[in-house]
Design a protein around this ligand. Sequence first.
Ligand code: PNS
Length: 171
Amino acid sequence: MTNGKLERVTRAVYPGSFDPPTNGHLDVIERAAGCFGELIVAIVVNPQKRTPMFSLQEREDMLKASVTSIGGVRVEHFRGLLADYVKAAEADVIVKGLRVVSDFESEMSAAMMNRSLSDVDTLFLMADQKYSFVSSSLVKEVFFLGGDVAALVPEPVLRVMAEKRNNLQRR
Ligand code: PNS
């Protein structure tokens, strides 16, 4: 380590659906930004097997507004294989957050697949305990059924979610 940064790792990619971004994501972004010279938060345009609730533009806007105070972070998006995106971005590593043991099971095979496709390693950060139960899908479900998620998402995300709920209610 040099000045708290990993010496040979300069550019990391933190991929995800971010539908919507949560405080758990933000915690990983803050901590990863402290480890690497540059962190690209990469939004997958079409998540596998599901249609996102928030458009790419909305997800991009929410993330950008949530990371303004964190240095060395940029928000991008990608289509297709993460391994191809990582190579094109000339990234050194992929960063992912792990919350629970079941995350590890799926992430282990994804990490091995991405390494075999791109020769890029995945580094994992353990989620802060207080966010270990927070997922985008649970946050959406609770919020749209009237629950309070203010402690679970960044403020700009809460605003966009409230707007979407109001629009849905007007229909
Ligand atoms: O936030 P998510 O939905 O858990 O993120 C999943 C993501 C975007 C990391 C994963 O679905 C992905 O990498 N998608 C791109 C397509 C791809 O490369 N698939 C093979 C992964 S081993």
